[in-house]
Ligand binder design. Structure first.
Ligand code: AHG
Ligand code: MN
Ligand code: MN
Length: 353
């Protein structure tokens, strides 16, 4: 893949339209970039359009969550064992609905569903792609008006087109993703995505209902001044992780932790920093899901020049072979220089044992 060429082409389009004082919508941008895809038949373009539409609907509901009766818990646990809140289910439904009607997607695996959701072909189309998603990230923040997110990843299927999709289509390494992105429902709503050729961000302009290019060619700073971790679990972390935290704390680094991975990673993408969700004694792989959260965000952060590794083995997250749909994974992700600093702390202990 030619990352440089993709980035240059994105920049040229941005520059051309910017100097004409014209906004670039997400749909225009996706269409313009279609020729960069390895199989430029328009399917992936169509799929990205459909995801863009679905998240606008989710955004509308997130914004009015306080006005209608969709706050609070739905009274069940999700497939990963966490308490499900109503808005999570709504977001899941809207994404499924949009992908079912799209015709470009043959199946979905979601944090909110125990099993994969195969999609029958629409209008005789033989869809090539499957989608993995965390429909609503940061659900503990729903009823306190703090930023939420949606995370998605797209794989090319391994099974034969025309057949039902299978688990193997979803259990692919993050490095096999053909596109990944997230939506941040914050003070404004942003969609950030990559197709393996740079990372671009779009802000939703509510007056026209369009995502407009606002952050072309995002590059994550090599270092940042902040680290992000749930330090409340400190006593349960491995000694190596504790020493790393102590080091940053002694260096007077600032701690920022929102509790929505999308929001924490987004801040790091723009400002630099490191986000950690390591394992603890009781949860050796931590809480975050490899397929729905860590792989798409790691792929995107890598595309922006950052790094993501397993919090214990230091294996590159996107090289891990998934074995289960709802697999959890310990993670350190963010600025390259800081993730490498974390690696040195973990290796030091290993060497002295
Ligand atoms: P989700 O709402 O999709 O279950 O994800 C919540 C995740 C993630 O967004 C966040 O970083 C983490 O949970 C926070 O967990 P802790 O409360 O254990 O820190
Ligand atoms: Mn999540
Ligand atoms: Mn979720």
């Amino acid at each position: 893949m030619n990352v440089g060429r993709g980035r240059a082409s994105a920049f040229r389009l941005f520059h051309k339209l910017y100097t004409m004082s014209r906004i670039i919508t997400l749909d225009e941008f996706i269409t313009h970039r279609q020729k960069d895809f390895p199989y430029a038949s328009g399917e992936l373009t169509g799929l990205l359009h459909d995801i863009g539409l679905a998240v606008k609907i989710v955004n509308r509901e997130v914004n009015k969550a306080g006005l209608v009766n969709i706050l609070g818990k739905a009274g069940s646990d999700n497939a990963s064992g966490d308490e499900v809140q109503k808005l999570d289910l709504y977001a899941n439904e809207k994404l499924l609905e949009s992908l079912r009607n799209s015709g470009e997607c043959c199946g979905v695996a979601s944090e909110e569903m125990e099993d994969i959701f195969p999609i029958q072909s629409v209008k005789g189309k033989q869809s090539q792609y499957v989608v993995v998603c965390d429909p609503l990230d940061g659900s503990s923040n729903i009823d306190v008006n703090v930023s939420l997110g949606t995370i998605f990843g797209i794989y090319r299927r391994k099974s034969h087109p025309g057949e039902n999709c299978r688990q193997e289509d979803f259990l692919q390494k993050g490095s096999k993703l053909v596109a990944a992105g997230y939506v941040l429902y914050g003070t404004s709503t942003l969609l950030v995505y990559t197709t393996g050729k740079g990372v671009n961000g779009f802000t939703l302009d509510p007056s026209i209902g369009e995502f407009c290019l606002s952050h072309p060619d995002i590059r994550i700073p090599e270092y940042g001044k902040q680290y992000s971790i749930n330090q409340g679990y400190y006593r349960r972390f491995d000694e190596r992780v504790k020493r790393f935290i102590d080091h940053y704390s002694e260096a007077h680094m600032s701690l920022r932790y929102i509790g929505s991975m999308v929001a924490d990673v987004h801040r790091i993408l723009l400002k630099g920093g490191i986000f950690l969700y390591p394992g603890t004694e009781d949860r050796p792989e931590g809480k975050l899901r490899l397929l729905y959260e860590c792989n798409p965000l790691s792929y995107l952060v890598e595309q922006a020049g950052g790094k993501a590794v397993h919090g214990g083995s230091l294996e590159r997250i996107t090289d891990i072979e998934p074995v289960q749909l709802h697999q959890r994974v310990s993670i350190a992700i963010g600025s390259k220089g800081m993730v490498e600093e974390f690696e040195r702390f973990v290796q030091q202990k290993t060497a002295s044992v």
